[in-house]
Write a protein that binds this ligand. Structure first.
Ligand SMILES: Nc1ncnc2c1ncn2[C@@H]1O[C@H](COP(=O)(O)OP(=O)(O)OP(=O)(O)O)[C@@H](O)[C@H]1O
Length: 259
């Protein structure tokens, strides 16, 4: 499978205000394959968000480089769309206007924006809510709008930073299923940050387990669990085996973080 995005020996040092800098990432190399669902998993502080923000061009590495195909990313990269945990919708715009924002920036006219918004709102199960404002929707619905807005902007890669972390467990499971279906249908490449092992096991094609201080890749795991990954898959012995393996990789870091 072709490589779409790569981190080549990237490091990131944040300078502390008291001269106590943090090495958030230490010479991390990673290749993201076109069309895959890749999860970055690890305890708090291991540099998952930093790496994701580098892929988006929000954060510049202090060493190494990030490439989208063969092009070096040196500024905010519109071909990499970001979905955050907080819904980050424009509160003064309707759902339709929020979803149509990317197409508007691309120069699409009103009728085309309307069509695009309708298509992606249908995809996330929100047909009929186009005239609502974000504040009139539940958290889960707002995150669906965010997903539709990201898809409507038609990025080559969707970068997702714990997008479901603020949702209740049931809504979270429903949206995980929706995202998997949409990703399969659209063929989009997804890089998804989580510290939830089950979320990574259910969603990912490959899991990058990261370790903190300094942030490094501890393991890169192929997730061969069968699809569709419905609730049944979590009852398989293979699921328990993989979960145990991933848990053993992150358990020490979690204990250190809790201490
Ligand atoms: N803007 C910043 N300035 C200074 N230090 C930072 C900054 N952003 C992150 N860090 C530090 O870099 C390290 C990695 O942070 P990062 O947010 O990338 O980790 P993470 O794995 O995404 O954590 P979490 O799961 O808690 O979000 C942490 O020690 C953090 O305190």
């Amino acid at each position: 499978m072709a490589v779409i995005l790569s981190a080549r020996a990237v490091s990131k040092r944040y300078d502390g205000r008291r001269g106590d800098g943090v090495l958030a990432l230490d010479t991390v190399s990673l290749e993201v394959r076109q069309g895959e669902f890749l999860c970055l998993l690890g305890a708090s502080g291991c540099g998952k968000s930093t790496l994701l923000n580098m892929f988006a061009g929000f954060v510049a590495p202090t060493g190494g480089e990030i490439r989208l195909r063969e092009e070096r990313i040196e500024a905010i990269e519109p071909r990499c769309g970001m979905v955050f945990q907080s819904y980050a919708l424009f509160p003064w715009k309707t759902v339709r206007e929020n979803v149509g924002f990317g197409p508007k920036m691309r120069g699409c006219g009103r009728a085309e924006r309307r069509d695009i918004a309708e298509r992606f709102l249908a995809m996330v199960g929100l047909s009929g809510f186009a005239e609502h404002y974000p504040a009139e929707l539940s958290g889960g619905m707002q995150q669906r709008v965010t997903l539709a807005r990201c898809l409507a902007a038609d990025p080559e890669v969707m970068l997702m930073d714990e997008p479901f972390a603020a949702l209740d467990a049931m809504t979270r499971e429903v949206l995980q299923g929706e995202l998997m279906r949409i990703q399969r249908q659209s063929g989009k490449t997804v890089v998804f940050v989580t510290h939830n092992i089950d979320e990574a096991l259910v969603m990912a094609d490959r899991i990058v387990v990261m370790s903190p201080r300094p942030g490094r890749i501890a393991a890169l795991i192929d997730n061969d669990l069968p699809r569709p990954r419905d609730i049944e898959v979590q009852l398989l012995p293979a699921y328990a085996g993989l979960k145990r393996r991933v848990w053993s990789l992150v358990a020490g870091d979690l204990a250190a973080h809790a201490a």
